[in-house]
Design a protein around this ligand. Structure first.
Ligand SMILES: C[S@@+](CC[C@H](N)C(=O)[O-])C[C@H]1O[C@@H](n2cnc3c(N)ncnc32)[C@H](O)[C@@H]1O
Length: 278
């Protein structure tokens, strides 16, 4: 197999990832959420010393800068978008950023340090980093986690379960594209759906459903499991589509706080699909 060409940002000499133009949609929501929630975040920032802090968390962070495929345009990745949006409003007390690729993690660390930040960067598989991060942040703080894996295989429900022990607002990228393409493989016993939505097969019977109804029922089950953790998914789910209208991913927001869900409804694009239907 041909080795993937590693690309660099000439401005800082560090590696970039390659993304489709639609990456900017998720970045816009990360930035807007950080801006709209800044007054609430401020209530958790010391001083006074008893304020428990507000951390930004990513388990799939990327290198911090990305080349838009087929162009020369390099954009900030989500952790840089988050850092800059918080610096311009109310800075996070900590940033916990993980990517299992050590080069990505190191590039991201350098980039945020160059901007004056002091992130805590990990290069572990997400299911290892999650334990370190949950142990490191103050459970009484108010945190924001953006989960942005490439595909459903990365989005183990255990990660969401562990994060839910914190007071945390969650923005989750769910790949519709992956769910549409790989449903048959993923639904085999022991395969991806068993980590993405453990227990699904006791509640959803693919034999009795059309493929689209199966997908919809699976997502309904997944949302219900998140609800059981006390993190209520916002009603509006945002669908991001590719240039020819292909369905790429949903952005799902969940929080135990009504005000946080109201913030999400205020920033998400009302013209986009609001449910996880097929
Ligand atoms: C979609 S990209 C993240 C992009 C980034 N959030 C942004 O918007 O700039 C997913 C990243 O997750 C990393 N990754 C994939 N699987 C992982 C895993 N199991 N644990 C940790 N990182 C993983 C990849 O190296 C990749 O950089």
């Amino acid at each position: 197999m041909a080795k993937r060409e590693v690309k660099f940002d000439h401005d800082d000499g560090l590696i970039v990832s390659e993304v489709g133009p639609w990456a900017t949609e998720k970045h816009a929501r990360v930035r807007q959420y950080i801006e709209i929630s800044s007054a609430t975040r401020k209530k958790y920032i010391p001083p006074p010393a008893w304020h428990a802090g507000a951390a930004y968390i990513e388990l799939f962070s990327g290198p911090g800068r990305s080349l838009i495929r087929g162009t020369n345009r390099i954009i900030d990745g989500s952790p840089l978008v988050a850092f800059k949006a918080a610096q311009a409003t109310v800075p996070f007390t900590e940033m916990h950023l993980n990517d299992f690729d050590a080069e990505n993690s190191s590039a991201l660390n350098s980039r945020i340090r160059a901007l004056g930040g002091a992130p805590i960067c990990y290069s572990d598989p997400a299911d290892v980093a999650i334990d370190k991060i949950v142990a490191a942040v103050n459970p009484s703080g108010l945190h924001f986690a953006f989960l942005d894996p490439f595909n459903l295989a990365g989005l183990s429900f255990d990660i969401i379960r562990k994060l839910s022990k914190l007071k945390v607002d969650l923005l989750i990228h769910v790949s519709v594209h992956d769910l549409q393409r790989n449903l048959d493989d993923y639904s085999r016993p022991g395969d991806v759906l068993d980590t993405f939505a453990p227990g699904w097969s006791k509640h959803v019977d693919p034999k009795k459903l059309s493929r689209n109804s199966f997908r919809a029922a699976l997502m309904e089950y997944w949302l219900a499991e998140i609800r059981k953790l006390g993190k209520l998914p916002a009603e509006g789910v945002e669908l991001v589509e590719g240039p020819t209208g292909q369905r790429l991913y949903w952005l799902v927001f969940a929080s135990e706080h009504g005000i946080a869900r109201k913030f999400w409804e205020a920033i998400r694009d009302p013209m986009r699909q609001t449910t996880m239907d097929f």
